[in-house]
Design a protein around this ligand. Structure first.
Ligand SMILES: [Zn+2]
Length: 281
């Protein structure tokens, strides 16, 4: 599934090709994505794309008429810049032909993605966006903010940092990796973590996402040229999908459990379980 680094990598990849160009034609080959593709998308023909921004895992193409094209990659979606006469791939559902000769193609085998045209004034007030928590790489995501969010939650810290209303864009892979870097057991009740430990965790979340975006940047050309399938940079992972393999720091075998229908991996030595309140540090 594309996570925040893949979406940010996509944004950086398509931005130079689509910003400040005019939409020549909109081609909708399948409407039935997670929600139907907005019929009004065709009204953007002849309009200029001002720029491409990202909020959580949504990409927003700002159109000069004040409207916004909102794209989500869902479970399996990708965007690539092709040429209009390139062969269609089986799951290329939407294409936007650009005035500069390129064509932005939305590809999504499982069709959980979205391509919507928002004509209301403020896209961030849209129901899909208005309840989202802060961006993990922006200033609003502080240790104090995370402490306040955790204070009222006794759920496992891993599920709390994966809650989009707490902080956006921390998916299963990056949650597992950040908890490893912070030395926190993933099933620790959130309300038992102290401010210093949550400071380690906010730092780790930022570090993991920043590294993944940087790694995505190095594969950007391939990303656009090939089928656009996202890479998860597995060579850098400490715990995610490594159950039964030795920890890269201490050689203890990585443990695994299923929590909230998601596989969770951790190092029992680097991420010890908290036994009681007196152990909280
Ligand atoms: Zn370890």
């Amino acid at each position: 599934m594309p996570e925040l680094p893949e979406v940010e990598t996509t944004r950086r990849g398509i931005e130079p090709h689509v910003a400040r160009t005019t939409i020549r034609e909109v081609i909708i080959r399948r409407h039935d994505l997670r929600q139907p593709v907005s019929p009004s998308l065709a009204e953007t023909e002849g309009r200029r794309i001002k720029g491409v921004t990202r909020r959580a895992k949504y990409l927003l193409l700002a159109i000069a008429d004040g409207s916004t094209i909102l794209i989500h990659l869902g479970m399996s979606g990708s965007l690539r810049v092709a040429q209009p006469n390139d062969d269609w791939k089986k799951h290329d559902h939407v294409a936007i032909t650009l005035g500069n000769g390129g064509q932005l193609r939305f590809h999504d085998p499982r069709r959980f993605g979205l391509v919507l045209h928002l004509t209301d004034t403020e896209p961030l007030d849209h129901p899909l966006l208005c309840k989202l928590g802060p961006e993990p790489l922006e200033e609003a995501f502080t240790p104090a903010f995370l402490k306040a969010a955790c204070a009222t939650r006794s759920a496992a810290i891993k599920s709390v940092i994966m809650d989009n209303q707490v902080v956006v864009g921390v998916g299963n892979i990056y949650a597992a990796e950040a908890l490893f870097l912070a030395g926190i057991h993933p099933l620790t009740p959130a309300d038992r973590l102290t401010l210093p430990r949550l400071r380690s965790l906010t730092d780790a979340i930022r570090a993991v996402l920043t590294d993944a975006i940087a790694a995505g940047g190095t594969t950007l050309r391939d990303f656009l040229r090939s089928d656009g399938s996202p890479g998860y940079f597995k060579q850098h992972l400490f715990v995610y999908d490594r159950a039964g393999q030795p920890c890269r720091r201490c050689a203890t075998l990585i443990a695994r459990t299923v929590s909230g229908q998601r596989a969770t991996c951790w190092c029992p030595k680097c991420q010890p379980k908290m036994r009681n309140r007196s152990n909280v540090s």
